[in-house]
Design a protein around this ligand. Structure first.
Ligand SMILES: [Zn+2]
Ligand SMILES: [Zn+2]
Ligand SMILES: [Zn+2]
Length: 260
């Protein structure tokens, strides 16, 4: 099993449109960050997408995605679901299950109203089956995979992180309820929202992410949903000073994490 980081950038992506800061003009490919998304690949060929952001098509081509069994949505912000239309290539024969919490599923139904309205033949629309995930840790079983939704808060918005085996993917959050720490027990590898060094009202900053890594006891962790305040190497330097000896790195587009 593996978790492939398709995108590691914040809502603007990096480079930010019109920005000529050192990070946005950097030649380091790891400083080029598409919107946050990930792919879980199972041992029996399962392929599960976590969020379908605006760059899903580009990410899917880059990662060579040939099939998709389900989409797990963290929440319905534009940078996480506005690529859902491009799922249609994978839903021609069978409706695609799209899992999210109640708020997210309601938002998708409203945002993508055209999908659920009868329209003329030939207008290529994705065929989605919207499914509400439980918030008490009930796992979703897809093929040989069992994936647990982890309730989180993104400011005041309830959202979901996702855990498969020893690996958890927690983007767009700045608060984890106590009951969710219980669901994260035993997590060895963690991908965690860490927008920037400065504080933010709906995202963990670097210090906040470090505190979560510490609390969960993850052995290895990666920052994601990164903005253009820091370059990849800049974050590594920050981590070398602030968390020496710890296995914490900034994620990057294309990073592949082995799930046990
Ligand atoms: Zn986001
Ligand atoms: Zn910039
Ligand atoms: Zn968000």
């Amino acid at each position: 099993m593996e978790l492939l980081i398709l995108g590691s950038g914040t809502s603007h992506g990096i480079p930010v449109i019109g920005c000529s800061c050192p990070v946005c003009v950097s030649n380091d490919p790891r400083d080029s960050r598409t919107r946050a998304s990930a792919l879980i690949r199972g041992n029996c060929g399962e392929s599960i997408l976590v969020d379908a952001g605006p760059e899903f098509r580009i990410q899917a081509i880059r990662a060579g995605i040939r099939s998709l069994d389900a989409v797990l949505a963290t929440h319905a912000h534009a940078d996480h679901i506005h690529g859902l239309d491009d799922i249609r290539i994978f839903s021609a024969r069978k409706d695609m299950d799209v899992w999210g919490n109640t708020e997210c599923i309601e938002d998708i139904r409203e945002r993508f109203a055209y999908i659920f309205r009868p329209t003329q033949e030939g207008g290529g629309k994705p065929h989605l089956k919207l499914r509400t995930a439980g918030t008490g840790g009930e796992p979703i079983v897809i093929g040989s995979l069992s994936i647990t939704p982890i309730p989180l808060f993104h400011g005041t918005l309830p959202i979901l992180g996702w855990r498969a085996g020893d690996t958890a993917y927690l983007t767009d959050c700045n608060q984890i309820p106590e009951s969710s720490f219980a669901l994260l027990d035993g997590t060895r590898k963690l991908v965690i929202d860490a927008l920037r060094a400065r504080t933010h009202s709906t995202h963990y900053n670097f210090e906040g992410a470090l505190a979560v890594i510490e609390r969960i006891g993850a052995e290895v962790a990666w920052f994601t949903h990164i903005c253009h305040d820091f370059s990849h190497e800049g974050i590594r330097e920050w981590l070398r000073l602030r968390a020496p000896g710890k296995k914490i790195e900034p994620a990057y587009d294309g990073l592949c994490i082995r799930i046990e």
